[in-house]
Design a protein around this ligand. Sequence first.
Ligand code: PLP
Length: 361
Amino acid sequence: TYNFCAGPAMLPADVMLKAQKELINWNGLGTSVMEVSHRSKEFIALAEQAEADLRQLMHIPDNYKVLFMHGGGRAQFSNIVNNFLGDNGRALYLTSGQWSRAAVKEAKLLVGEEAIDELTIVNQDDGVKVVTLPKLIGDKNDYRFVHYCPNETVDGIEIFENLTSPWPVIADMSSTIMSREIDVSQFAVIYAGAQKNIGPSGLSLVIVHEDMLSLPSLAQSSVMDYRVAAANGSMFNTPPTFAWYLAAEVFKWLTALGGVKAIAQINCQKAQLLYQCIDENDFYVNTVAVSNRSKMNVTFQLNDDALNSKFLAQAQANGLVALKGHRVVGGMRASIYNAMPLSGVEALVTFMNAFAKQHSA
Ligand code: PLP
């Protein structure tokens, strides 16, 4: 079965098999990793290795903290506000789809409409969605940060250019992290829910420049305070240890594969194959400008909506599952994160070509 779910998404088969083998006897301890103390020397070693591997994979500079937090991606929507907007701070949010808009909603809920400025950066040009990054100019004290979402998981819109800004840039990289090389030093904070390219849901990763930790924060829960997390090695309270273990295994898997540079090449190949299939068949439509087509979440519609259920049922019968688009936008979505092998996309393309042929007049 090839699982195209947008999240929780498939994990690398090798990681799952190793985890299965280690389930009741991890590290020779005779217990599962789930059953040992997070303060044991074995778990601390796992945590240190995970951080070292991630730093190497993403070339994270030393003046950034790496935090393994609770609460998934959405928890960071509120954490960035609570951690950086104390003392009447203001922020600018760029919106390009469902998730960046959800981040705005959460921020406004916490600090009110007046503290948050919103700028839409996606336009419809002849029915095609295209992102234009604005030239951001202003006084560096205008905003504590500017927030955006480089890959809109629901809409299938990805922003590949770097944002230049007088204000620290915070990026929600939940669905693009480690899929291609990025320059971490261009960002003040990168965060990501784990359930796409990292590991199981519930865990989230925060990569934060040390300078950000001296901004005034709002009164907040200690568990969600980045300073507390940084001071305690992400172990102020009991962390989601099994998710952390799987993330560590994913980092090892990616490192063995040749790192982010190597997976980025495979990701390009997969995306190219799928978009080519969509473009070559009048039967399928993608409404995102070529320059903003997501390499992780490929959205498409069937020309004839009435065939949607049949498409999904036949795909499933062929071992191609979870292709239904997000409930808000409809249509189809194939999420092809790092763990999706090229063979999965090849199987999908073969199916899509045959389905189109079968149903074209
Ligand atoms: N941000 C993006 C870009 C996402 O794709 C998602 C979930 O799919 C989230 C945030 C929310 O993550 P979570 O469900 O872990 O809170």
